[in-house]
Design a protein around this ligand. Structure first.
Ligand code: SF4
Ligand code: SF4
Length: 99
């Protein structure tokens, strides 16, 4: 995240992290999840699912913050994220947000 002013404790701040799971054959290729992911973790893939749509894929592995926005916005219940365990996050930092 890019701050207007850098908080004094910015170095100590951490955020949750998640792993994104995509059920490709449920996807209808609407790209809502790609459009609204705040960290641009997702992109539409070139491959086809069983319905003939292009499902999304993870393009920034490890940058998902488990906000669940993709899960909430998906009309087909085809994508969700699960939180990583705190032990796996020990040394990770908050990612930069693209403007
Ligand atoms: S949970 Fe949030 S950060 Fe992770 S892929 Fe979905 S929208 Fe992006
Ligand atoms: S929001 Fe759901 S249906 Fe739309 S592209 Fe993403 S996974 Fe597929």
């Amino acid at each position: 995240m890019q701050y207007w002013r850098t908080p004094l404790d910015a170095e100590q701040m951490t955020s949750t992290r998640g792993d994104v799971l995509i059920i490709a054959d449920r996807c209808k290729g609407c790209a809502f999840c790609v459009e609204y992911c705040p960290l641009d973790v997702l992109a539409m893939s070139d491959r086809f699912n069983r319905k003939g749509y292009h499902p999304p894929e993870v393009v920034k592995s490890g940058e998902c913050v488990n906000c669940n926005l993709c899960e909430m916005i998906c009309p087909e219940f085809a994508i969700f994220s699960v939180e990583r365990k705190p032990a796996e996050l020990a040394t990770e930092r908050v990612p930069e947000v693209a403007r």
